[in-house]
Design a protein. Structure first.
Length: 167
């Protein structure tokens, strides 16, 4: 459903969901994310799971025949991938607690305007961290990994700007 700004603001004003309810909902979501993050952290620390991150440069050979092929080399090894994965719900918990307490007034004012930039700030960080264990699982090269992370962060922050300046 495509709504213009006026229709969206009217729908927000008519919503039966109160800011008090949203605060409790964010608090509950923060608790659930925190508990699941602590469980994941404990499990991640109990088992060492390592993945290698490779660089893939070309290897040229000239004798006896000219050949070009990949020359994979291990750049670094990421250990405790489970701990990295635990950062995802822990960052989400921090975001939920922040908007439930510290930034609740600003969060509510933004919602009245039809904006939720805090969602995109949190997503920019948590999803960028989550890309690492996913890409490491797929044995992605460091160049691809950094490019994907940077693209993801830019996309999330662009969505924040879009929701902030949308008229």
């Amino acid at each position: 459903m495509n709504m213009n700004r006026t229709e969206r603001l009217e729908n927000i004003a008519k919503s039966p969901i109160s800011f008090g309810y949203l605060r409790k909902f964010n608090l509950g979501a923060g608790v659930l994310h925190f508990v699941s993050g602590i469980i994941m952290l404990a499990l991640g620390l109990s088992k060492v799971y390592s993945r290698d991150i490779y660089t893939f440069y070309l290897k040229f050979t000239t004798a006896p025949v000219f050949q070009v092929g990949p020359d994979p080399k291990i750049l670094l090894t990421i250990s405790y991938v489970g701990v990295i994965a635990a950062l995802f719900p822990l960052i989400s918990a921090l975001a939920h607690f922040t908007i439930a307490f510290v930034k609740n007034e600003t969060y509510n004012e933004n919602l009245k305007k039809g904006m939720n930039p805090y969602r995109w700030y949190e997503y920019a960080f948590s999803s960028s961290i989550m890309i690492f264990p996913i890409a490491a699982r797929a044995s992605t090269s460091m160049k691809s990994l950094c490019g994907t992370k940077n693209w993801n962060k830019r996309q999330s922050l662009a969505k924040t700007k879009h929701s902030t300046y949308q008229k």
